[in-house]
Design a protein around this ligand. Structure first.
Ligand code: ATP
Ligand code: MG
Length: 463
């Protein structure tokens, strides 16, 4: 069989993208595939978003295509819709001044592709491909850096970092994401940008941090952040973890253990953020145990949760995202014992929440994997707990008051009690009974138990 001719880069570009470029060409303009997608195309990595640059002004782009969304017209970006897919098309831009270190003061449209590539952060992100003629425009020799696996600033690194402090965090992020090194002069310029980084909006910092978490080994980016002082600017709460030695259950200090834990966690950015923060409370509670003469870290999860909360709030995570991370930090210590009764397992599920069980166990597993000592016993136990949770869940056992066979209205009607906080107390009491004995989850038995509870006075309910 004859060998198939390898596909050229231009041929790999989806036909929709080529259609857009042809439409520009027919109207006398040009368009190129730029930035991350050209980089990923050259690396053979999957391309998620196809970004285009054009020498047409946004107003012309909007006229050329029937369906467009003016995503960021003031910055020159228009989303062109083809069927269900959107393609960001940005007019060639020159570098404006960044007097606040956050946003360019003005956007200047240009006609020269090279000028647009010159404002980009790293040489590997400053390559353009014309999918119609297959020509690569690579004025800063990004291809050599791709081959050498290097993150190198376009132009003078100190100047470029001084314009936009986020770029230093992006350097660490790309190093992790691509498993590249940062070129020495670029690396050496990072500390000069700390003050500029401190001015960057938290939303942008958050987005880069979370993208770092989706790398195969986020630890690579995190260690660079520590070594270059980026971490001290964006996550200073983590610094006491560095060099915080642990006890005989651990081979590593808290920081190194944390890096291993992040890498060992499933590819879920919030779960990995929780892994990064799971032991943030440890340095603050470290003490010497009286009997063992070894370090203890009692209540570190309880102390760590509010620190994680503060960090997530500062990073402007949504309430839901923050709640998930903080809950994981608070519950990451799973002290399961195979002696636990089914009732004890049900109580544990109720505490962590049925919807969080998989998360908590995944984090606990990564935590065990990351200790640098043999943790096969712990891992086997976590596995057993998971199996028992699945079995109990499949039985349909009641795990929350919503699963009870009666509700608050039933209580008020049958027991003739007014609405009030006692209703919640009574339902909690009933759930305790049902967690112990699932067969008690029947209306008549629950009402009977509720009546006794009220009569005993423990519900503090007016009668
Ligand atoms: P990813 O594949 O993770 O999206 P990306 O390189 O596409 O990576 P984006 O943030 O989507 O990153 O940015 C697209 C392109 O815009 C970059 O490749 C780069 O050329 C340019 N760019 C983005 N942010 C900056 C910045 N802060 N300074 C200079 N150029 C930037
Ligand atoms: Mg991108």
């Amino acid at each position: 069989m004859p060998h198939a001719k390898p596909m050229s880069l231009a041929e790999i570009v989806p036909s929709d993208v080529r259609r857009i470029c042809k439409r520009f060409a027919a109207a006398g303009y040009r368009a190129w595939v730029v930035g991350g997608c050209t980089r990923d195309l050259l690396l053979g990595r999957p391309v998620h978003d196809w970004d285009l640059a054009t020498n047409a002004l946004p107003s012309a782009v909007m006229q050329l295509f029937p369906r467009v969304i003016p995503t960021g017209v003031q910055h020159g970006t228009v989303t062109v819709m083809l069927g269900p897919n959107g393609f960001e098309v940005t007019t060639l831009r020159g570098e404006g001044a960044y007097s606040d270190g956050r946003h360019p003061d003005s956007v200047r449209f240009v006609s020269d592709l090279r000028e647009d590539l010159a404002r980009r952060d790293f040489t590997i992100n400053a390559i353009a491909l014309d999918p119609l003629d297959g020509v690569l425009h690579d004025p800063f020799d990004g291809r050599s850096d791709l081959e050498r696996r290097l993150i190198r600033a376009v132009g003078r690194p100190q100047e470029r970092f001084g314009e936009d402090g986020l770029r230093v965090l992006r350097a660490a992020r790309f190093a992790a994401m691509l498993d590249f090194d940062i070129e020495p002069a670029t690396l050496a310029a990072i500390p000069s940008a700390h003050a500029t980084l401190a001015k960057v909006s938290m939303e942008r910092v958050r987005d880069e941090l979370l993208k770092t978490m989706s790398a195969r080994h986020p630890s690579r980016g995190l260690q660079i952040m520590l070594d270059t002082g980026i971490l001290a600017v964006v996550l200073p709460e983590l610094l006491p973890m560095v060099g915080c030695e642990q006890n005989k259950y651990h081979a590593y200090d808290v920081w190194t253990h944390t890096l291993h834990c992040v890498d060992a966690s499933p590819d879920d950015v919030l779960l990995r953020l929780a892994a990064l923060l799971h032991d943030v409370g440890k340095p603050g509670v470290r003490a010497i145990g009286e009997k063992t003469a070894d370090y203890t870290f009692y209540e570190h999860e309880r102390v760590g949760a509010p620190i994680a909360d503060k960090i997530c709030t500062r990073l402007k995570l949504s309430n839901e995202q923050r709640a998930r991370v903080v809950h994981l930090v608070a519950e990451h210590l799973v002290v399961y014992d195979p002696q636990w009764s089914d009732a004890a397992v049900r109580r544990w599920i109720r505490r962590v929440g049925a919807e969080s069980v998989a998360d908590v166990l995944a984090l606990a597993r990564a935590d065990a994997d990351a200790k640098g000592v043999d943790s096969s016993d712990t891992i086997a136990r976590l596995h057993q707990l998971h199996t028992r949770v699945d079995a109990l869940t499949a039985q349909g056992a009641a795990l929350t008051v919503r699963d009870l066979a009666i509700n608050g209205n039933d209580l008020m009607r049958e027991l003739q009690v007014p609405p009030g906080p006692w209703i919640g107390r009574i339902l909690d009491h009933l759930l305790e009974i049902v967690l112990e004995d699932p067969s008690a989850n029947q209306p008549d038995r629950l009402l009977h138990a509720a009546r006794s509870f009220v009569l005993s006075g423990q519900a503090s309910c007016p009668r």
